[in-house]
Each structure stands twice: as structure tokens, then as C-alpha cells.
Design a protein around this ligand. Structure first.
Ligand SMILES: Cc1ncc(COP(=O)(O)O)c(C=O)c1O
Length: 446
């Protein structure tokens, strides 16, 4: 039998000799049957070095809201590259991008740029501690906020170490972190406003900020229960804490002004990444003027050699202009396409007796593969997800999807981009049908 990934396999073997573990981001090792090497992309499609073509729903881990290699963005980057890629100084472009963010998000009274959302998370937390003079950050169990020491607290805790429902244990998935980093966090469960109130009460006067992803895309695409955003806002106002929305994924995706527009809340600080640069390394901290005061005064250090470099700014300006030009049609088109894909997958899975349950708002959704005997209903929090999601079975289906030219994220997340069209969704469903048929036939015998 021919190996459809032969060139990727050979490159991955070769990479072991020059790149630690063969990949440049740990999560990429997860890809089965082998981490793939790509040659080019266009719109919603991507080609690997073996010539396999994929309808892409991984879409740069969500960064490519505008699809692969949009011509206008390539032009903007090319023109800027001829003028210079980096000055470590000011340029008019940075004001133009900042002004566009202000136009899109009322809570973006002021902005600062970085090159990754991981950095922006660190900036926001530093700012919150300085602003309040308090040591603790409250975050939600299972939430991912970048790969730095602070962003990873409480991410992926193993079930045998969770602690009881009321007191989630502070755990860290990495060795080598700064001693004491866990003691600077409080972890609460997602989607339980009463529990959140009690956690805040127990640490009264000690918490600088509540950090959250408004729709927890990284863990099962869990939307907030009604009232959760209001509870966070109310607690922050009452207790003098900052409300920090991590909109790295949700920003621009669920509304031009992000989840804060879609869900109707106004955070003190917002973390933006991924789609803001359409695939170049660009990210922003935005916030209310008062919350940014310590940066204005100079008490909080925020710096970076490549911050606000003209190459990334040119790309971002193109992305934001594109978004502004969509007007009211965004996010309706991506939502409709996403929901059409979710419904199609659910129906096909049902036909093959596969317990696959897509959940999420549409522009992003997660395929939950429930375990035998599952009672059904939405997955509400991280523990619910771990208890109910059959990860090995999903991993098998994901390989079948990949072999039929449909690429979803390894852990079950799917993104629909502005480059996907109805015919891409229809074609993806035809391909998915073949994948589901194969999964149904093989999984029984596994
Ligand atoms: C919610 C959230 N915050 C922060 C980050 C970190 O972004 P980056 O990998 O661009 O640093 C991510 C990345 O996936 C994310 O999903």
C-alpha cells in the first residue's frame, strides 16, 4: 500500500536531527499519523508536500480568519517589505491600526502591540497587579492563555489531581516554571456563577483580575451560561478587580468587535491575537484608559524589539480594513456556514451510529465524541468535558477525516473562515461521509 504521507514522514525523520523533537511548537507533535509538512495554501484549502489537498478547518489554529494567502494581504506585506520590515521606532501605520481597533471595539480606548498573544497575556496580568496592588489572578479551570508560566496555570489538569468541585487544585502542565507561580493564581470552574462568587469571596481583597476566554474555545468551545459575563463584570466592579477578556481566538470571529460585542459586555483589558494579524506574528493589548494608566505613567514596563513592526502592521491594517468592509454581514456568513457544517456532521454521524456532537456558536465549534452511556446535553465545564469526551475515538475519526481531505484541529476544534464558501462546506460533508463510514467500520474492531 502506498503511504500518502511519505514525504512528510521523511521530512519529520530528517527534522529530528536539527529541530528539538522535530517540531517548533509542542502541540504539533500530536498530529497523527505524522506531523504534516505543507507546501502552499489558498483560501480555505491547503496542500501538503505529498500533494494531498485538504479543506482546512484548522486554519492556522484560528489565525487565518481571512483564509490562506489572501491576495490583498500578500500585496500589502510585499509593498511594505520593499520599504522596510523593521525600524524599532514609530510609523504612521501603528496609529492607523490602533485607530481601526478603536473603531471596532469601544473598550479599546488605548492599545499596545506585541508579537504574540502569550506576551500580551503577561502584559495584561502585570498591569492588573500594578493597577490594584494585589497579588492574585483568578482564571478558569481548563482555560489556555498562552504557553508562558502564567498562561498555563490550571490548563489540562489530570483528573486524579483535580481537587473537589469547590476548590479546584492549582496545577501546572510544565516542569521548570518559576517557583511560586501557582501561588499567584486562584482557579475556579467555568460556567458556575455562584461558585465563582464564593471563590472571589474567599480571596476578597487579594485578587487583581479575572482572566477568561469569553467563549472557552480551547476547551470544547463552551459558551458562557446566561449571566456569567454579567457576574464577572459585577464582581470586578464591586471588588475593584480588572476584567480581562482573552479574545485571542474570539476576537473578530464572533462579531467585528469580538465576543464582547456578541455577548454584550465591556472588559477593562482585552487580549487580541491570531486573526488580528491574519497569520503574521502580531497581537495587541487594548483597554480602558484608566486600566492602561500604569503603562502611560511608566510604572509598568511594556517593551519588545519587534513590537509594532511595519510588516505586521501592514498585514493587520489589511485584515481590519477587510473586516470593516464586511459591515453587518459579519459574522452572519461564517456563522451560517459553521452551523451548516455542524448540522451536516451531526446528521451523518447519526446515520452511522457515531456519538459525535458538535457544540459551539458556528464560526468555531468542537466535536465532542461522547463515551458510551452519555446522558447528552451541552458540555459545561472542563471536568464535564474530560468525563464525557472519548478522546481516542475522536483521534481515530480525525485521522479518517484527514485521509479524506478534511483537516480539523487535533483536539476536536473546527474553525470556519471568511474564505470558506457554501461549496466548500458541501464538499467537506461529502468527504466527511466517507471518513465517518470508514471510522464506523474500523472503530468497532479496534
Ligand atoms: C485564548 C488564548 N490565549 C492566548 C494564546 C496564545 O497565543 P499565541 O500562541 O499566539 O502566543 C492562545 C493560543 O492559542 C489562546 O488560544
Amino acid at each position: 500500500m502506498t503511504d500518502r504521507y511519505a514525504r512528510s514522514r521523511a521530512l519529520f525523520t530528517r527534522a529530528q536531527h536539527s529541530i528539538a523533537a522535530g517540531v517548533n511548537s509542542g502541540i504539533r507533535k500530536m498530529e497523527q499519523p505524522v506531523p504534516l509538512y505543507f507546501s502552499h495554501g489558498s483560501g480555505p484549502r491547503l496542500w501538503d508536500v505529498d500533494g494531498n489537498e485538504f479543506i482546512d478547518f484548522q486554519i492556522g489554529q484560528g489565525a487565518l480568519l481571512f483564509g490562506h494567502a489572501p491576495a490583498g494581504m500578500a500585496g500589502a506585506i510585499g509593498e511594505q517589505a520593499k520599504l522596510g520590515t523593521h525600524w524599532a521606532a514609530q510609523c504612521e501605520l501603528e496609529i492607523e491600526v490602533a485607530e481601526r481597533l478603536q473603531a471596532l471595539m469601544p473598550a479599546a480606548e488605548l492599545v499596545r502591540f506585541n508579537n504574540s498573544a502569550t506576551e500580551v497575556v503577561l502584559s495584561a496580568l502585570r498591569l492588573a497587579r500594578a493597577h490594584t496592588g494585589r497579588p492574585l489572578i483568578l482564571k478558569f479551570e481548563g482555560a489556555y492563555h498562552g504557553w508562558a508560566d502564567e498562561g498555563l496555570v490550571g490548563f489540562c489538569p489530570p483528573a486524579d489531581q483535580w481537587g473537589d468541585e469547590e476548590h479546584p487544585t492549582r496545577l501546572h502542565p510544565s516542569q521548570g516554571v518559576i517557583p511560586g507561580v501557582l501561588e499567584t493564581f486562584v482557579v475556579a470552574r467555568w460556567n458556575d456563577p455562584d461558585h465563582l462568587r464564593r471563590v472571589v469571596e474567599r480571596h476578597r481583597g487579594q485578587i487583581a483580575a479575572i482572566l477568561f476566554e469569553p467563549i472557552m474555545c480551547n476547551t470544547c468551545c463552551m459558551e458562557p451560561v446566561p449571566g456569567l459575563m454579567d457576574t464577572i463584570r459585577e464582581l470586578c466592579d464591586r471588588e475593584g478587580m480588572l476584567m480581562i477578556a482573552d479574545e485571542t481566538i474570539t476576537g473578530f470571529r464572533f462579531a467585528p468587535g469580538g465576543a464582547q460585542q456578541a455577548l454584550g459586555f465591556s472588559p477593562d483589558l482585552t487580549i487580541l491575537g491570531k486573526a488580528i494579524g491574519g497569520g503574521v506574528p502580531f497581537a495587541a493589548l487594548t483597554g480602558k484608559r484608566e486600566a492602561m494608566r500604569k503603562i502611560i505613567e511608566g510604572g509598568v514596563v511594556h517593551a519588545g524589539t519587534l513590537n509594532g513592526n511595519p510588516l505586521c502592521l501592514a498585514a493587520s491594517k489589511w485584515c481590519l480594513d477587510h473586516l470593516l468592509s464586511l459591515g453587518e454581514s459579519h459574522p452572519r456568513v461564517v456563522s451560517d456556514l459553521g452551523r451548516r457544517l455542524m448540522t451536516g456532521l451531526r446528521e451523518l454521524a447519526g446515520r452511522f451510529g457515531i456519538p459525535l456532537h458538535p457544540q459551539g456558536p458556528g464560526p468555531a465549534f468542537h466535536c465532542v465524541m461522547t463515551k458510551p452511556g452519555d446522558a447528552g446535553g451541552q458540555v459545561r465545564d472542563y471536568r464535564d468535558y474530560v468525563r464525557r469526551h472519548d478522546a481516542p475515538r475522536w483521534a481515530h475519526l480525525r485521522v479518517c477525516l484527514l485521509e479524506n481531505g478534511v483537516r480539523a484541529i487535533e483536539r476536536g476544534l473546527w474553525f470556519v473562515s471568511l474564505a470558506h464558501e457554501p461549496r466548500d462546506i458541501d464538499e467537506a460533508l461529502v468527504r466527511a461521509e466517507a471518513a465517518l463510514a470508514r471510522h464506523a467500520a474500523e472503530w468497532k474492531s479496534v
